[in-house]
Design a protein around this ligand. Structure first.
Ligand SMILES: [Zn+2]
Length: 420
């Protein structure tokens, strides 16, 4: 099994091994948080099923032709489908559709295998199938063509129809250990040991997320700035809090690139411009006037960018780069990104208050967190953590992102010296 690339996930790998050596289910649902390693595991299973090593216990061997073809994404009996287009949906597809979708996958699977053996289809971000796309998949899930294994990877299973879920065997993936995340970062050569250790914690045990942070230094800088702003805001007035948080949300589009599935989409089908400079530039907002916090994420780069953008006539306009994704969806995802970081900061403050510094998600915060944490009420902080968890739910339920952020800005605990 030298071809296995998954690290951590011992239980899931055990289940996988049994499937490769015995009978693979017709349909498998891999569920776990974004970036935790579902696609890598799905590819390992695909390689194991398609591998031609004589001894089944060696599969995937990592050295036969089939294993190489799976690794390069070119195996003719491995079918890969993921979200496409500006809305990043897994579409229904079919004749006349501009994007490849479920109907196209179903047609491909109806043909005979090219290499004679098994066939595998991987549907990435399966939770992004709308009801029509799911309905189009149902029949194939009920009666898959002989030798076909369908692997659905989903961040959450609630968006999937019960009829889809009930037809799949299920493997759940949780966070992997920080050592495993560090090893994966080292393998990719994207972070020195110190950065790798930090990213392993920030990513909450999700290797894909850690790789995304490593590949997006701007996003990491934004995170650091936002963290500092939030700590400063514990001693700021209401008006300053509201201005700073809205400004932070306006600059948060730099985090959008983190949400693109990592290392999954073939380059040619990657959604255009999600992480383009043009987009980042267009969404950055000027720093909040009179904010006591001084720097606001994204603020310092904005003036330079604005001048550069005005001068660059040959560049397409941002409107041309940014097609159908609605401003509302963009504002919501920016707010969600801010809320996620805010939640980490609040959690770290609480851990620091309780003397659990070793568990901090961002150990670089240690000194500042200790300073701020000592001056705010633990009860306020606990109540806020409850609220920030609720905020994510509200955003998912389409409550206005500004409303959600304003509420958090006002509920964010105040340091004792300024509370009066
Ligand atoms: Zn092989």
């Amino acid at each position: 099994m030298d071809g296995v690339r998954t690290k951590g996930h011992a239980a899931a790998l055990g289940a996988l091994t049994a499937m490769i050596r015995g009978r693979a289910p017709h349909a498998l649902l891999l569920v776990g948080p974004a970036g935790v390693g579902k696609t890598t595991l799905a590819r390992d299973l695909a390689a194991g099923l398609l591998c031609t090593a004589d001894d089944p216990t060696d599969r995937p061997c990592g050295s036969c032709r089939a294993c190489h073809l799976v690794a390069s994404g070119g195996h003719p009996d491995l079918h890969d489908l993921g979200p496409e287009g500006p809305g990043r949906q897994v579409v229904i597809g079919g004749p006349g559709s501009r994007a490849r979708g479920i109907r196209d996958l179903v047609s491909e699977l109806a043909l005979m295998p090219v290499e004679a053996g098994a066939r595998v289809a991987i549907i990435r971000s399966a939770e992004r199938m709308n009801d029509d796309a799911q309905a189009a998949l149902l029949k194939t899930l009920e009666e898959p063509p002989p030798g076909v294994t369908l692997i659905l990877c989903a961040d959450a299973e609630e968006p999937l129809l019960p009829t889809i879920r009930s037809r799949c065997s299920r493997v759940r993936l949780g966070p992997v250990g920080t050592r495993d995340v560090e090893a994966i970062l080292a393998e990719h050569g994207v972070a020195d040991p110190a950065l790798a250790a930090r990213l392993a914690r920030i990513s909450g045990g999700r290797p894909g997320r850690a790789l995304a942070w490593a590949n997006q230094p701007d996003a990491l800088r934004y995170r650091d700035e936002l963290t500092r702003v939030l700590l400063d805001l514990t001693s700021a007035r209401a008006s300053e809090r509201l201005a700073a948080v809205r400004s932070a949300a306006a600059g948060a589009s730099v985090l959008a690139a983190l949400d693109a599935p990592q290392g999954t989409a073939p380059e040619s089908t990657a959604a255009p411009a999600v992480s383009s400079r043009g987009r980042r530039r267009s969404s950055a907002a000027p720093p909040a006037e009179g904010s006591r916090s001084g720097t606001v994420p994204g603020g310092s780069e904005v003036s330079a960018d604005a001048g550069e953008g005005a001068a660059g006539d040959d560049e397409p306009t941002d409107d041309a780069i940014l097609p159908a994704r609605t401003p509302a969806a963009e504002r919501r995802s920016a707010a969600a990104a801010v809320v996620a970081i805010w939640s980490d900061v609040a959690r770290d403050l609480l851990l620091s208050q309780r003397g659990l510094a070793a568990s901090l998600r961002d150990p670089r915060l240690l000194e500042e967190a200790a300073g701020v944490g000592a001056r705010i009420d633990e009860a306020d902080l606990v109540a806020f953590i409850d609220r920030v968890g609720h905020a994510a739910v509200l955003l998912a339920a389409n409550v206005g992102p500004e409303l959600v952020l304003d509420d958090l800005a006002l509920a964010w605990p105040a340091t004792r010296s300024s509370a009066a």
